[in-house]
Design a protein around this ligand. Structure first.
Ligand SMILES: Nc1nc2c(ncn2[C@@H]2O[C@H](COP(=O)(O)OP(=O)(O)O[C@H]3O[C@H](CO)[C@@H](O)[C@H](O)[C@@H]3O)[C@@H](O)[C@H]2O)c(=O)[nH]1
Length: 238
């Protein structure tokens, strides 16, 4: 089973070493791909350093893009997984909000629940959010409740990026088709997969607010994301 674990980064110099260390500890058999949008804080140089320190024992590489957007970066990583014929594609945030120790649980869920996508979920029993103020929890819950109802998604947490996908399912999508480059790509890709017949299950996760660095999700991006979800709900294309 070939597994690619992707981490998308923008200015994660304070977190990248720790998250990569924890990923290769949790899933030593996986290859790791960092998709960095040319961070001015030199995140990509730190990935190269980390890669060299692995001394050939783990494959850790960095792909640098000269544009911005979490959705576009994840889409790029998915294309690598498809082109290089991996079996499973996992994605998580770099800021340690997602605990890499949950990766084996997500990978196992694909086999045990016989599904195509395992979704790390804050909004199922056992899931949790630590360190967010009330208004942020409310905003995220609302976006997710709307997404579930409007898009008919069979999961409670469609806005998180901690997931594992069967690459054969991603290969059925047109990843070059026009799609959101922002955070709403997370809902969009689930919708496209759901409409193409892919199945999904959720694993409860504890999401912990980052300690180092800053979130890139601002009010403007949240509104843009909400609007994209609304627009997607109104369309019925694949
Ligand atoms: N390559 C790239 N990566 C990005 C960009 N913007 C953000 N990222 C990366 O995406 C991850 C999450 O970004 P944050 O901005 O820290 O997100 P958050 O506020 O912690 O959480 C929100 O987004 C998450 C997306 O995974 C969600 O899981 C969570 O629900 C929440 O809505 C981090 O690894 C960050 O470096 C970008 O433009 N380009």
């Amino acid at each position: 089973m070939r597994i690619l674990v992707a981490v998308c980064t923008y200015n994660e110099a304070d977190n990248i070493h720790e998250v990569l260390t924890r990923i290769i500890t949790a899933v030593p058999e996986a290859d790791v791909l960092v998709v960095d949008d040319d961070s001015p804080d030199q995140t990509s140089e730190l990935v190269e350093q980390f890669s060299r320190s692995c001394d050939g024992q783990h494959t850790v590489r960095c792909l640098v893009r000269h544009e911005r957007g979490l959705g576009g970066a994840i889409r790029q990583a998915m294309k690598v997984a498809v082109e290089e014929r991996y079996d499973l594609f996992c994605n998580l945030d770099a800021d340690l909000s997602h605990d890499p120790a949950d990766l084996p649980g997500l990978i196992d869920l694909i086999a045990s629940a016989k599904v195509d996508i395992a979704v790390g979920s804050r909004y199922v029993p056992g899931g949790d959010i630590v360190g967010w103020p009330m208004h942020r929890k409310w905003m995220s819950r609302t976006i997710n409740a709307v997404a579930r109802r409007k898009l008919g998604l069979p999961v409670n947490d469609a806005s998180g990026s901690f997931r594992c996908y069967r690459v054969s399912r991603l290969a059925e999508l047109d990843l070059d088709a026009e799609s959101s480059d922002g955070y709403s790509f997370l809902q969009e890709v689930l919708l496209r997969l759901h409409r193409s017949g892919a199945t999904m299950a959720e694993l409860p996760i504890r999401f912990t607010e980052r300690i180092a660095g800053d979130s890139k999700l601002n009010f403007r991006e949240a509104i843009r994301s909400g609007w994209t979800v609304f627009r997607l709900g109104a369309s019925d294309s694949k």
